[in-house]
Design a protein around this ligand. Sequence first.
Ligand SMILES: Nc1ncnc2c1ncn2[C@@H]1O[C@H](COP(=O)(O)OP(=O)(O)O)[C@@H](O)[C@H]1O
Ligand SMILES: [Mg+2]
Length: 370
Amino acid sequence: MTSEFAVEMRDVVKRFITPEGGELNAVDRVTMHIKNGEFFSMLGSSGCGKTTSLRMIAGFEWPTEGEVYIEGKAMGHTPPFQRKVNTVFQSYALFQHMTVLQNVAFGLEMEGASKDEITKRVGRALEMVQLTGMERRRPKQLSGGQQQRVALARALVKTPDVLLLDEPLGALDLKLRKEMQLELKALQQQLGITFVYVTHDQEEAMTMSDRIAVMSMGKVKQMGTPVEVYERPANRFVADFIGESNFLEGKLKTLSKDEACVFVPELNAELIGLPVSEGLVNGEEVTVSIRPEKVHISEKPLNLNSFNGQVINTVYIGTDTHVYVDVQGKRIKVFEQNRISRLDPGSFYAVGQQITLVMMPENVLVLKKN
Ligand SMILES: Nc1ncnc2c1ncn2[C@@H]1O[C@H](COP(=O)(O)OP(=O)(O)O)[C@@H](O)[C@H]1O
Ligand SMILES: [Mg+2]
């Protein structure tokens, strides 16, 4: 391999003229360095520019500004079939009148591969996706999950260095989708190919990815491992988009090299010993963020980093119980795992019960207001 990176987008802009006659930067100065063998995901809600980014990597669209590199080479206007990438789309786009075998063999036939070569490679691709024995079926005679696998086999048979996947599991029901997520991840690890995966489903991105680019309105809001984007979201958008967060408005009261103290007027209290993130300035207004599962409930009042409140409501959702607590008129969400049996109604906090919420400093993030 010539480059450490399988795919790079450097300062890429894609501008569309909208039907209304306006201009839209569907992709707005995006830079990504995707490493060889990496499972890399673009995560964001509908319309944030994921498909457009993928189409530019594939060569179906060209950047308005910036450049796409594959294995260190600037792609310019290189057409799709001359790029060492292959795409699996959300709609499988299988040929309905052809068998599984014919669908998977199609691309190789177009390339003029020999009959022996085709048989060997199709056989191997079908084995990879566990469809051996289904060669003679037509797409209609397969389940959604199996059709998905045919689409995958059709992409894998060309032995691409990079596989681009645009919401490939979108049409499957939840249970099957979760199975396929683990299968795809295992397949990627086994083959050692780079996967660039597009999804709007945060759990899917967290489950499968080595790294995730969290996108919004054509921009990358944060890039990092699943643990990084969840435990150390870089801004309020990411803290809100991935998982759930409680946000409190506050002001930096003291700031040292490794500790921050924030006064929270809403709660008339301060949080001390908080981790310091880059770019904070003493005295500035900040947003404090804490995950609901990282707030602890104590039935005894405590002093440090704790707030007295009243239970508003409890919601039982099987794995967890969500407890909503009123602290000085501010509603705080707490998730407690149901490690004990909840059959006894007395195991839940009572509405109106006085409790204390404890926020351990290492779980509290101080974010710049933005
Ligand atoms: N060919 C096009 N012409 C005009 N606008 C487009 C075109 N393709 C996509 N868009 C717009 O660009 C934005 C990003 O689209 P897309 O990349 O498909 O988002 P995503 O895949 O994240 O849902 C959307 O607002 C979409 O309407
Ligand atoms: Mg899309």
